[in-house]
Design a protein around this ligand. Structure first.
Ligand SMILES: *[C@@H]1O[C@H](CO)[C@@H](O)[C@H](O)[C@H]1NC(C)=O
Length: 397
């Protein structure tokens, strides 16, 4: 009797294990897909990004998008914890200050490569995924400069002004400064999440300048459709009560710094509303929209949306997104625009990965899937980019 119970338990356990193995092998782990109409871009990826030929095996412990998103920060570690950046404080034309954190590497080339890195919402050069990516780029032989937004990266607000996903003024000033300082350097723009949205906004509104200033760009986990992306972020339970709430907490912390710094200045928003915002939308409605002159939060989200404008891109853009990213689920990704005639976008999608998650294996590491992909891309661009991608920027596909 006991024997038959234990036998049925064993068979139930092995059936469950077999089910999980089947599920994991056939559903959770899949090859990434590439959406691009340009033969040149597809060839470039084919030759230099070997990772695209293999499946992405998400961490079996947390394969789903929510857990990937939530654990993405804590499962990334670098040694040393604080990277040895060289910091430059750059003063903007209105007196505001931003920190530019450099990790330079000696390059034999006469035209060395530097990646201009725009981090996400309230991230800075010391956020874990920024550090792991910076280290990856360094390993690929390129220099990096991280552009920390106003009030971030340990730099206090100097003026009563914050930043937003659709405001490109600060970025334009930083680019002009870098181009003057490094006239011989080839630049690649890389933006994650909100930083990628600012970069995308710049690329589609300033195509001529973009072509002069950048060789190509990388957009990681951006909300292509900010209107619908933010709606998705409000769906119960996990999106709304865990992820959105946590993001709002970071924003309130930033607002507190800001409000404490300017107690006597008449602000463009109501500090009480700012400090009680429970979601990103409440915060943007209370602070970001009025700060940047939008009549309401919807107009701001429309302005931060790049979907529908992809045809305006003037340089090659490589984008990576997971279909289970809570900020930009699969159906909002601009696949059609990527494969439209003359498109300069190569959109790489994975079934899993979440928002800036892309975890692999069973524990903490300095290189998960996102880092490995960026490493191969940057190395490819550094070694072959100039010749293989420049033509494309000139409109020859
Ligand atoms: C960057 O790369 C150089 C040369 O390979 C290496 O010596 C240095 O330790 C790297 N820096 C970091 C922070 O990984």
């Amino acid at each position: 009797m006991y024997e038959s119970v234990s036998i049925s338990m064993v068979s139930a356990a092995s059936a469950a294990a077999a089910f999980f193995a089947t599920y994991y092998t056939f559903y959770a782990s899949q090859k990434p897909q590439v959406f691009a109409s340009s033969l040149k871009l597809r060839n470039f990826l084919d030759e230099h990004v070997q990772l695209l030929k293999e499946r992405y095996w998400p961490s079996p412990l947390y394969a789903g998008g929510h857990l990937q998103t939530i654990l993405g920060l804590s499962q990334r570690v670098t040694s040393p914890n604080k990277l040895p950046y060289r910091r430059e404080i750059f003063t903007l034309s209105d007196g505001g200050e931003v920190a530019l954190d450099y990790m330079e590497i000696e390059q034999k080339s006469e035209r060395p490569l530097m990646v201009l890195f725009l981090p996400g919402l309230t991230s800075s050069s010391h956020t874990s995924y920024v550090r792991t990516l910076v280290q990856t780029i360094n390993k690929s032989g390129a220099s990096v400069v991280v552009f920390n937004n106003r009030g971030n990266g340990g730099v206090p607000f100097k003026t009563p002004k914050t930043y937003s996903a659709s405001y490109i003024g600060d970025l334009e000033e930083v680019i002009a400064h870098l181009k003057q300082k490094y006239p011989e350097t080839r630049f690649v723009g890389l933006g994650t999440s909100l930083g990628g949205m600012v970069l995308a906004k710049y690329l589609v509104t300033k195509p001529l300048e973009a072509k002069n200033n950048f060789e190509c760009a990388l957009l990681l986990c951006i909300a292509w459709d900010c209107v619908q992306g933010s709606e998705n972020l409000e769906k119960p339970f996990i999106n709304k009560y865990l992820i959105n709430k946590e993001l709002a907490r970071g924003l309130r912390r930033l607002a507190k710094k800001f409000i404490d710094k300017f107690p006597d200045v008449s602000l463009k928003f109501d500090p009480k509303l700012a400090l009680s915002a429970k979601t990103v939308r409440e915060f943007d409605s209370a602070v970001t929209a009025p700060q940047f002159g939008f009549p309401n939060v919807l107009e701001y989200y429309k302005s931060a949306t790049t979907s529908g404008h992809v045809h305006k891109l003037s340089i090659p853009v490589f984008a990576l997104s997971a279909e289970d990213d809570p900020m930009c689920p699969g159906h909002l990704l601009p696949r059609e625009e990527a494969v439209a005639e003359n498109s300069k976008l190569a959109l790489i999608t994975t079934a899993r990965g979440g928002h800036l998650g892309y975890l692999e294996g069973f524990g903490k590491s300095s290189t998960h899937y996102m880092e490995r992909l960026v490493g191969q891309l940057v190395e490819g661009i550094r070694v072959y980019g100039g010749a293989e991608l420049t033509d494309l920027s000139n409109g020859h596909l």
